[in-house]
Design a protein around this ligand. Structure first.
Ligand SMILES: Nc1ncnc2c1ncn2[C@@H]1O[C@H](COP(=O)(O)OP(=O)(O)OP(=O)(O)O)[C@@H](O)[C@H]1O
Length: 235
């Protein structure tokens, strides 16, 4: 594996008197999936939120391309932010319920790409194809889509930004087993095609052991061990 795309060093987080974690360190290489496993309340989501700037940790460093993002000026972080994305357990919260799926899909391109209308629509169609979305899905509102279809829209929106790193927080835990496999397969395909890295947060050790290159175990406020997985299964 090459140089880390992201390294977390001695990260600490407290909410008032609640010390959630005190010393969390790991790194993730390009094209790698690192699993993050820990019991409920151990701070997995909070670590993800710290990485994408939704929470400010109380200590430690988060380095992207050798720069500590916690020391960056707002403008500098804003420039980097599209490259570091997060998907959530309830993906529908990332979509605008008043916009049809295709409009939701191209919204980040409108904001960040500077593409003209024709090129924007073409890129949107490419992303829909890449993520296995059909024209009939694209014409629906989020409420008219299944959980798996919504997760595909969310992945397409994120891929529009050509991210280097995605925190995937329980991305399949709300889905049926067969749909779960489809989304994990899609995530693997996107990784093969783009080299994107994932921090995959899950309660499901069986899933993590199938798709992760390594698994970090979070317990008692620290990473207690990192397991190397010998053979990653192509889902
Ligand atoms: N903004 C906040 N303010 C106060 N406490 C918080 C906040 N966010 C999280 N916590 C607390 O921090 C702890 C860790 O929460 P977090 O959601 O990171 O855990 P988790 O490991 O992801 O849990 P789960 O697996 O159940 O999703 C919990 O006790 C939670 O209640």
């Amino acid at each position: 594996m090459s140089l880390p795309v992201l390294a977390v060093d001695e990260l600490a987080m407290s909410f008032g008197t609640l010390e959630v974690f005190t010393n969390v360190s790991f790194s993730v290489s390009r094209g790698e999936t690192l699993g993050l496993f820990g019991k409920s309340g151990s701070g997995k989501t909070t670590i993800g939120k710290c990485i994408v700037g939704l929470e400010r940790p109380t200590g430690g460093e988060i380095r992207v391309q050798e720069a500590n993002i916690l020391n960056m000026r707002k403008k500098e972080f804003r420039k980097l932010r599209p490259k570091i994305q997060m998907i959530f357990q309830h993906p529908e919260t990332s979509l605008d319920p008043r916009m049809k799926a295709f409009e939701n899909l191209i919204e980040p391109l409108k904001l960040h790409s500077g593409l003209k209308q024709d090129a924007l629509l073409k890129r949107g169609e490419e992303l829909a194809e890449l993520t296995g979305l059909l024209p009939e899905h694209l014409a629906r509102y989020p409420i008219q889509l299944s959980g798996g279809e919504i997760q595909r829209i969310v992945l397409a929106r994120i891929m529009a930004l050509s991210p280097d790193f995605i925190v995937a927080d329980e991305p399949t835990s709300m889905l049926d087993v067969s749909v779960q496999a489809q989304i994990l397969r899609l995530m693997q395909k996107l990784q093969r095609e783009t080299g994107v890295s994932y921090l995959l947060i899950s309660h499901d050790l069986e899933v993590l052991r199938k798709v992760c290159h390594r698994i970090a175990y979070l317990d008692n406020g620290t990473i207690t061990s990192i397991e190397n997985i010998k053979r990653v299964v192509k889902i």
